[in-house]
Unconditional design. Sequence first.
Length: 153
Amino acid sequence: MNMGRAVLRPVDATNWLEVIQLQVAEDQRHFVASNLFSLAQAKIFDRYVPLAIYEAAVPQALVGFATYGPHLPSELPWIDRLMSDARFQRRGVGRAAMLALMERIQHERPGPMRISYEPDNQAAEALYASLGFMPTGEVLEGEIVREWRPPTP
Ligand SMILES: CC(C)(COP(=O)(O)OP(=O)(O)OC[C@H]1O[C@@H](n2cnc3c(N)ncnc32)[C@H](O)[C@@H]1OP(=O)(O)O)[C@@H](O)C(=O)NCCC(=O)NCCS
């Protein structure tokens, strides 16, 4: 069943252990850093905003994790990490989380935003393409870069 809307909440004393326990499938581990690594990175570098992804209809249901923030030197907002726990994949978590992240970023800093992924990450590519992220032609640290732009009025 599709999960519907996603709610993004801070990672705090109430959920950080649960966030660290979220896992992607074994064959997806090379696509994304562990949540433990990403939380450590966010603790050190202010620019990463870590967020826990919950299912809106089931407020206690933690289903994924993401980080976003301004990317230096351009300061363009980037979605740096996105993962759905393996138990909840293909139920609309990734799409719902992306929509919630995009809305949040648009609210904070209207304009383009970027994301990147490993060239063989077909799930990520299909998801980002379907949300309107277009290839920029750039490759950053081996990852394909895509950019979303708000529709022109
Ligand atoms: C990418 C990821 C976040 C998608 O999460 P999800 O909760 O399964 O996503 P959804 O159920 O919302 O699916 C959204 C779209 O992603 C694509 N997709 C998801 N899983 C897929 C798979 N196994 N194969 C092909 N496409 C896939 C599809 O286009 C899907 O749309 P559809 O269901 O209409 O066909 C998830 O696969 C994941 O956590 N992967 C490991 C970490 C990762 O690669 N993160 C991205 C790093 S840039």
